[in-house]
Every structure is written in structure tokens, then in C-alpha cells.
Write a protein that binds this ligand. Sequence first.
Ligand SMILES: NC(=O)c1ccc[n+]([C@@H]2O[C@H](COP(=O)([O-])OP(=O)(O)OC[C@H]3O[C@@H](n4cnc5c(N)ncnc54)[C@H](O)[C@@H]3O)[C@@H](O)[C@H]2O)c1
Length: 352
Amino acid sequence: VISVPVELGPRRYEVLVGPGVRHELGRVLAERLAGRAERAAVVTQAAVEAAGWLADLDVGTPYDVTVVPDGEQAKSMAVVEQLCRTFARNGLGRRDAVVAVGGGVVTDTAGFAAASYHRGVAYLNVATTLLAQVDAAIGGKTGVDLPEGKNLVGAFWQPAAVLCDTEVLATLPAREWTCGRGEMAKYAFLGQGPPDASLLALPLDEQVARCVALKAQVVAGDEREGGGREVLNYGHTLAHALEAAAFDGRGDLPHGQAVAIGLVFAALLARRLGRIDDERVALHRRVIGGFDLMAALPAGADPEALVELMARDKKARHDLTFVLDGPAGVELVHGVGRADVLATLTEMGAWR
Ligand SMILES: NC(=O)c1ccc[n+]([C@@H]2O[C@H](COP(=O)([O-])OP(=O)(O)OC[C@H]3O[C@@H](n4cnc5c(N)ncnc54)[C@H](O)[C@@H]3O)[C@@H](O)[C@H]2O)c1
């Protein structure tokens, strides 16, 4: 088991990574809550339960299981209300705990319910998707969507611990592997020191742990998005535009694949702006390829429409803003020229 601390002073916690670490739940919960939890509310999804990952769960206290619906639509105020009402009916007290067992949808929603119920009860994440293990379950950003937009309501509420059991990934569908791999590729370019492709050569649990350590480092430096945490959006500006754009074939574009395209785009744009050299661009392509992801724009994607969408990205206030690689590493760059962005998108080429 690899233990990675998230250094947040009084809110410090550990992320445990390795095959079978879900079995540490009872011990970790008792330790972190100093034995005061008398019961727990386990929140999960049908696919996780069907895969058998709850069957041998040792919570260490009596617990109830609540299954939330599948997909992004489960991240709603209605589901949070249902969860809190269920907690109340089951007698969950302010010293008790919520345990989220699932991917990012479950950890975001259950985390926000925990942040709100009794004005905040403890919660632990047992992350069961690769994306949740390397990203969503760590860092304390919890929340749900509104019809008006994604993640519009939420709270910074740190978990008491995160368990990343690599064994449970055995049942993860191929599409969800792609989602997680796109985020993993991003981490190859974050952190101190020049990036390299060494992440690719590690065994899975060490890959996950290295990504967790990078996320933990960024979160510890900027718990509430005051400045610094935006590097986690590397590759995401174009990814969000691709996800928002309407074109043939977009429907089956997994988030991680969109991020991979966004990473290669960001590298080409950085080269065009004189921030990085050919070798660094090649490294981006090597990492993307190593994670079995495509590096070109999907067929039918319209560069003009993508530029429009990126100009409206919430991270860009009045101009085109990107997280870009450079001599000092990955950082936020404002005021990128529209012509450079368009030329880079055109340079990327398309699938098929
Ligand atoms: N809070 C953050 O910092 C943060 C960061 C990144 C992403 N997110 C959020 O995470 C969400 C996406 O999370 P996700 O990619 O984990 O998707 P997800 O939570 O929707 O899970 C994908 C699917 O896999 C199933 N599943 C989960 N674990 C499984 C397993 N071990 N075996 C079989 N099936 C399993 C789920 O039931 C679901 O159907 C988005 O809503 C995104 O906004 C949050």
C-alpha cells in the first residue's frame, strides 16, 4: 500500500493506493473519527454494487447503503436532498460519517451532501474509477450541477481519507479507462522538474500514486482556487469546447480522449508561441500514444466554432486564456492571439 499525504494543516489526510485497500476502510474510519462514529451512510451506484465491490466492505460500524442514479444527471440538488433525507431517516448523527464508494459522480454528490448535512459531517471516499482515483476524489471540491451549468453549486469540503483500490478497476468499462488515462496523461507534464514519459513504465498502482501525489501537491498549494490550482486544467480548455461543440461523432467522445486532444493542442500552441520546442511537443504525443489516446481533432470539428467556445470558457475572463507548457513549466497564459489558436487547430488535422 502506498500512502500519499495531502498536506492541508488541520485538514491533512492520506490517500491510500494499492490493490485491496478498500479493506482498510473500517480501520481508517475508526482512526480518523477517533472511534466516535456510531454509524455510516454508504453512497454508491448500481454498477459498483453489481460488480460486487460492496459485498466484502468492512465499514466497522453499522451502515446503510444508498444507490444514486448513474451518469452526470445524478449530480443534482434533487439527489442531494434525497441523500440528506435518507441520512436523517436512518439516524445519521453529526459525529457519524458518509462513505462514498464510486466514481467522480458519487464522490462529488455524496461529498456535497456530507458538506451540507448537519452543516458538515465527515466523509471518506473509496474511489472506484481511475478518474476518481487520480483526480475527482482528492482535493475537497464537492458539488452538483444545475440546469444552468455544471458544478454550479458546491462546497470545499475535504474528505477524512481517500482509498484508491486498484483491484476494483478490474471491472471498469473501457470507456472509463479512457477517461482516467486522459487525466493521467495531464499529470506527466505537471510537477517540478522537466516532464518525461517515465509515468508510462510504472505498474498501475505506482502510476496512480504518482498522479495522486501531483494532485495533492497542487491542492496543498491552493486549497480553494486562489491561484495555482488552474494547472489541473491543463488540456481542458479545448476539451471543454469539444464536449460543448455540436458535430458528428462528438457523442462518443470520452472526457479523457477530449483532454488528450486538448493536451496536444496546448503543446502545439505553446510551440507556436515560442514557449517550448519540438522535442517537448513530441513528448506530449508520446505520452498520449502511450495511454492509447488519439492526438488529432475528431472529424467534423470546426476550428472557428471551437475558438468561439474557448473564448467563452469560464476560466477566460476577457480574452483567450490557456494553461500552457513553457520554460517555467505549465502555467496560465492570458491574451493568446485568436489567429494563433486558429492556426494551431488547423495544424492538428482531423481523424479518419
Ligand atoms: N471534484 C473534483 O475535483 C473533480 C475532478 C474531476 C472530475 N470530477 C467529476 O467527476 C465526474 C466524472 O467521474 P467519473 O469519470 O469517475 O465517472 P462516473 O462517476 O460517472 O463513473 C462512470 C461509470 O462507471 C461506473 N463504475 C464506477 N466504478 C466502477 C467499477 N469499479 N467497476 C465498474 N463500473 C464502475 C459508475 O457507476 C458509472 O456508471 C464528473 O461529474 C466530473 O465533474 C470532479
